[in-house]
Design a protein around this ligand. Structure first.
Ligand SMILES: *[C@@H]1O[C@H](CO)[C@@H](O)[C@H](O)[C@H]1NC(C)=O
Ligand SMILES: *[C@@H]1O[C@H](CO)[C@@H](O)[C@H](O)[C@H]1NC(C)=O
Ligand SMILES: *[C@@H]1O[C@H](CO)[C@@H](O)[C@H](O)[C@H]1NC(C)=O
Ligand SMILES: *[C@@H]1O[C@H](CO)[C@@H](O)[C@H](O)[C@H]1NC(C)=O
Length: 386
């Protein structure tokens, strides 16, 4: 082996650069994966990240962009990278109707008498730091622009400022123009960054009692708008995956009433690069085992549509017995290109405190970390032949 090193330094370099450090069975002239950052894209029913088309795991860190200490962001991103997770979903919105005091992060103030986007040190500069940390740690971000729910403002903050209702928001021109202004500000800030995996229209958009054309048309227009601003990055919806689905068994999540849209019909929106699905059976009145066919049916629909599905959020009381079958089903299902558990947790170095615990938090290298994260990463590596 030593002789080989002396004679073939290039072979050694290439061997060391291979993901498993072995590299023995790889074609050196045409490596499977290049570590040089590129813009993430779809490749058939998979995602291609930095040259490698394979199944990926990630996680949700809604609070990452609201951390005020750089060292906390550094720790979280280096831990996530060390764990083998690749995609991190962060909230790209933080809407307020009243400006908070100094030292509290907010991104957008919404008011009929003049809205304002906070690009300062307790505004989008915090998101800037997250993008920088992702770049340094070779992680990829999903960044969304509004919440259906009232946490961090959401659609409700627009409604408070501009009138209308949670459902008229999707077609209200004042709200939509402001949403576009905000989206444009965020997109143009990071349009050249390879750390952005995808832009996301919303967190869990729902339009209760609506015709399915409302969200269909909104998503078509907004995804085309984002593509017109930035052709480098993928765009996705961020919805939960509701509505009738080929082969479904008719429960509530498979109805138009659940979200006011038909997920399967939205698959033909060409400016949405991939589809999302979430899974919280207990919140939806279903058994935990009901989750496995939910994943498989979405995967089959994505395969039929020729674009990948991302199993973007899931939670079941943080119990590996409940959630491991979902992870295994996602990994085995053609059409499901990755999964991201809700939610990541860590201990912040600046304060020694733990991040948000909502009952579904898996803390880095603590508690059920191994059975929820480490074992799954190993299974993914095995499947990917790494
Ligand atoms: C979010 O979705 C729910 C359920 O459909 C809906 O009732 C609510 O009004 C939506 N929007 C807000 C701002 O809560
Ligand atoms: C992105 O790159 C293009 C082409 O190099 C350049 O014109 C543009 O100003 C860059 N945008 C940002 C936000 O850096
Ligand atoms: C997309 O699907 C919807 C609903 O199934 C259908 O009405 C529409 O014609 C389709 N559009 C395209 C461009 O295929
Ligand atoms: C996890 O879920 C399984 C199946 O529902 C249950 O039997 C078990 O008691 C749960 N474990 C914990 C620690 O709650």
């Amino acid at each position: 082996m030593k002789k080989l090193i002396a004679l073939l330094p290039l072979l050694l370099a290439s061997t060391l650069a291979s993901p498993d450090g072995k590299g023995g069975n790889r074609d050196i002239a045409a490596p499977v994966a290049s570590s040089a950052p590129t813009f993430a894209k779809t490749d058939g029913l998979l995602f291609n990240i930095d040259g490698a088309s394979q199944y990926y795991a990630g996680t949700n860190c809604y609070w990452c962009g609201f951390l005020t200490e750089d060292e906390d962001v550094d720790k979280v991103f280096s831990d996530i990278a060390a764990s083998g997770l690749k995609i991190v979903r962060v909230w790209g919105f933080n809407d307020v109707n009243t400006k908070p005091g100094a030292g509290t992060v907010w991104y957008q103030y919404l008011s009929a008498s003049g809205s304002e986007i906070n690009t300062g040190s307790y505004g989008l500069e915090r998101l800037d730091y997250v993008v920088k940390a992702a770049e340094l740690n070779n992680l990829k971000l999903i960044i969304n622009f509004v919440n259906n729910w009232s946490d961090y403002g959401g659609i409700n903050a627009y409604v408070k400022a501009f009138g209308g209702t949670a459902t008229s928001w999707f077609t209200d021109s004042t709200s939509q123009n402001q949403y576009k202004t905000y989206t444009k500000t965020v997109v143009s800030r990071y349009s050249n960054s390879t750390a952005v995996f995808a832009w996301e229209l919303a967190n869990e958009p729902r339009c209760s009692g609506c015709d399915s054309s409302i969200i269909y048309n909104w998503a078509t227009e907004m995804s085309a708008y984002i593509k017109s601003l930035d052709s480098n990055h993928m765009v996705t919806m961020g919805d939960e995956g509701f509505g009738p689905l080929t082969g479904d068994s008719g429960e509530y999540p498979y109805t138009l009433a659940a979200g006011g849209y038909i997920w399967q019909s939205n698959l033909n929106i060409t400016t949405l690069d991939f589809a999302t699905l979430h899974l919280y059976p207990d919140s939806w009145g279903q058994s935990y085992s009901w989750g496995t066919p939910w994943i498989k049916l979405h995967g089959a629909a994505c395969a039929a549509a020729g674009k990948p599905c991302l199993f973007e959020e899931y939670g079941g009381t943080n119990n590996c017995t409940i959630e491991n079958p979902w992870q295994n089903a996602a990994l085995e299902t053609n059409g499901i290109a990755g999964d991201m558990f809700w939610q990541y947790g860590d201990t912040l170095p600046s304060s020694g405190t733990k991040t948000s615990d909502d009952g579904n938090t898996v803390y880095y290298e603590e508690g059920n970390w191994d059975c929820m994260v480490a074992d799954h990463i190993s299974a993914i590596k095995e499947k990917n032949g790494l």
